[in-house]
Design a protein. Sequence first.
Length: 253
Amino acid sequence: MQPFIVIRNYRDDDELKCQELVRDYIMSFVKRSFYCFCFREITLQFIVITWAILFIFIGVPLQFCAMTIPGCIFFLFSGTYFSFYAKAVELMRTKPSQSLVAECYEPFIFRLKPREATYQIFLDESPYEQSYLNKFRKKIIATVSVKKHNSLYNAAWMYRFAMAPDYPFQRIAEPMLNLVSKKCVANGCISLECTISEWQEEERDFYDNMGFITRQIYHKQVIGSSLTVMKTLLTYDLHANEISEHSKLETIK
């Protein structure tokens, strides 16, 4: 039996699974961002200042000051972890407006890794009967939400995007994004906006290939102006994309 994925509209009973998925997706970037923060100038400055306080003001011998390095690293990891956890909780509590989920159907005995398997993808609902679907275990592996942009006219804002890390990102995200774009066009939107962080390399390549354009690059403050995270604001011209797809269909005809 071949596994398959159904991309459908969000239902109220999906909320718990979607919250878990959003939490796991956000927390999957903790290790990568921690390594990134370790090699920043603020980390070295924090260690040196800690040494100076202990040696000059408290009188701790210099050789014992070296023991503060593991403590500083642990403090950095704890701060990074709880910052991501707070962001995950914020997104988990955000009620979705218009959402899609990708529900994966896999046989109960499935030995392949998700990235090694070939999945059929269906929109809205599967073409199989319920008796056949009962032979599969199902789980939600991706979710995305969209709403009206707060500050841009006729623009949509894509948020609460999450995907299980073991599954092929582009294979699943591309049809979800295409369906989101069609829904936005049907609602009268002319552009789709979203943001990504500096450590989301795979997502950045995907958005570039899909036709997203960088509109702004800015630094979001984490701890004052000393510790910041680079964010990229991306925009997708829905009107131009619709014209491009229409011209392709005319060429095929």
